[in-house]
Ligand binder design. Sequence first.
Ligand code: GCU
Ligand code: CA
Ligand code: CA
Length: 888
Amino acid sequence: MVCIFFVVCPAYCSDYFVDPNGNDSNPGTIDYPFATIPTAVTAATAGDTIYLRGGTHIYTTTISISKDGTSGSRYYMFAYPGERPVLDFSAMAESGSNRGIILSGDYWHIKGIDVYGAGDNGMNISGGSYNIIEFCRFYENHDTGLQIGGGATYNQIINCDSYYNADSSLENADGFAPKLDIGTGNYFYGCRSWQNLDDGYDGYLRPSDGILTTYENCWAFKNGYLKNGQASSGDGNGFKMGGSDDKTLRHNVILINCLSFQNAVKGFDQNNNKGSMTLYNCTAFNNGSYNYNIPLALASGSTATLTNCVYYLGSNSLGSFVVQTTNSWQSPFSVSSGDFVSVDPSAAYGPRQADGSLPDITFMHLAAGSDLIDGGTDVGLPYNGSAPDLGCYEYTVSNVDYPPASPAGLSATGYNGSVGLNWNDNSESDLDGYNIYRSTTSGSGYSKLNGSLLSNSNYTDDSVINNTTYYYVVTAVDVNEHESNYSSQVSATPADTDAPATPTGLIAGAGDQIVILGWNDNTEPDLAGYNIYRSTTSGSGYIKLNSSLLSSPDYSDSSVTNTITYYYVVTAVDTSSNESAHSGEVTAIPTIYGDFIVNGIVEIDDLAYLCNLWLVNDCEATTLADIDDDCTVNFYEFSAFANNWMIIPPDINAPAPPTGLSAMAGDATVSLNWNDNSESDLTGYNIYRSTTSGSGYSKLNSSLLSTSDYTDNSVINGTTYYYVVTAVDTSANESAYSSQVSTTPAAPVTSITIQENTDGYCGIDGTIDTNHNGYTGTGFANTTNDTGQSIDWSINVLATGTYTFTWRYANGSTTTRPGNLIINGSTVVSGISFPVTSDWDTWTTVSTNVSLTTGIKSISLESTTSDGLTNIDYVEITGPNLTTATCQ
Ligand code: GCU
Ligand code: CA
Ligand code: CA
């Protein structure tokens, strides 16, 4: 028999045990436990205790508890001592009817259990009264963790946590919700509510009026953020004190020593409440919009009172009707971080103490010397010193030696072979030093690097391997060996980013089609080699000559042409591919010996130069001509000079780019033409094509073109092609591109001519004659001289569009002999004029345009005067696509 707490247990009271591994057919003893809570509830009578064993109790349906105890004889449902039962409802679908526990009974005391994953509220105290819910946790339910309603009165919620509750409608899930039709007298003490989708505590009120809810020592933080830390789309208030649809109902609330911080929106929020709101010694910190928000007028008889309250970081919105006394934002107080032992709230998330009470933290505790100490007004709460303090923690001079604060401002910088760390000095008077910890995994697995405590707030970690990422945290330690929590983590990746020194001493010597370069060795131990760069412009346009790194400080450049001026620079590269800056530039003009007046030929001017120095004995003056360095220009130099006499250098002059390029498009073909180049050593042309203007050209010809034209048959109608042409000489020097031309090949318009003896000719009111000269085909059509006389043709229009009808005719008469063009029985052009020609042997044409749709067309040209038509040689019809057709 285990009867505990302040209960006078009747002689007959019993204990029942529920274990997920039990069986509901068991008697429910500790050795033969039940499997489920409803079975135990059915078995129990007032005064009995139901113990839940540790582990996971899976439920897929709501547990309804409706039995009533009495003030003298409660029902108890407790965690078995030392164990933590988890009621796991997570198999439930999200639905308003899928609450975890519905408590409608009175006088229950439920303690030490977790309610997890319900499809709606974790627990709903629906009409139940005088219950005590203690040291329970409500998390990841699909609506509010613990909701109280249905007229429920005088329930006490003690030391409970509610967190990570979230509904998929994204608007309902609070931590605790004493709301809607709740009754009066409900009381929260020592509760925490964090990272719920909507609010920490929601007192929104609908049908009730004038009821009272009290919160003491309760915390709300980070509401409006989800488990994963992301902002939710809920309201995000810490304590929502009321609110109503008609804005006349009053939810009277008292908040004592409550703490609200870092909620997404407001810390303590009126939310339209018309009732009385009394806040004594509350603390708010850095809430998203306002810390204390009571801006709207109250119902008559209601009051809003804030006494001894504090906020740090953020602002308030308080109506002038709010009675404010000795709050931190009022004169003479000023608030800074120095008023607090700690402004780091991380410890507030920590585990509760063994008895379920809140964790001991230093966050928002007043620091010695703060003007908020003893600055408050006596509201009847216990206090130390001469007067109450401001805020939710009364300052006590105690023997408790708190560990130092976690060091702030840690930074890490990766260098070559080391990481430099620095952080802010801690300010504790009993600080002894720091420890630095490192891991190669973010967030875990740290090992301490230092042997003895570090006395300075910086450290160089040189036991690192380049290109590895290291994660660091630092702690502070006091003289009593109390160590702070880890600081925020930083990371760094040491790497060799130091380029070698810029090479020095670069010199170049030029010879016949060669430039030889040398420079000083670099001394870096990680040197990998050198790159040599060349340009024909000083200071820019360098191109690397070597394909792999040069291992020694010299290079022979034989890809040079005599008489061209070359500019060289060199760089050094290390094993991490860091490359130095360019060395100083040197210049060289390769040339054959003797070409002193550099033009590529050893000729008369050079001979004059040599003669001028002949037998001169002066090291400086003779440098260029003194090939054997004996400081005298003598027979040796002369014979070398003579050996090169009149050697003609290779031709390096490219032809001029061709001019006058034109392109003419045809059906799947493009004809190109350009002006002949005039160079005597010209050997041909290359033609290049692209489908992009200005770039991406490919050569079309496989061998050089010998004439200045080209037909490109590898084209597709409708594509625009861009062409350039180059000229090439016998030394394979190729000119720059000519100007670009472009054209778009396309199928031609179709044209048919119908003679009197060809397909499509269908007849005449008259005769086919041959008695005048100049006709084509086998004759011409001569209508009877009268009105309504016609010549008929038949065509098949294959593409809708505009077609041109052209008749060749001779009119040796004196009138224009007009005709109508009739197509499929409708006159489409009237009065086409056929002006007189000089005689019946003189032929000309007349044309008219007609829009035609596709299909067979019967065509008639019909006289409109008694003169009939002129003599018609043929009709020609031109348009997008057509053929002749069988006569209809
Ligand atoms: C003359 C001429 C005919 C012509 C005729 C006319 O007879 O020879 O070719 O058709 O005049 O006026 O219609
Ligand atoms: Ca200390
Ligand atoms: Ca004819």
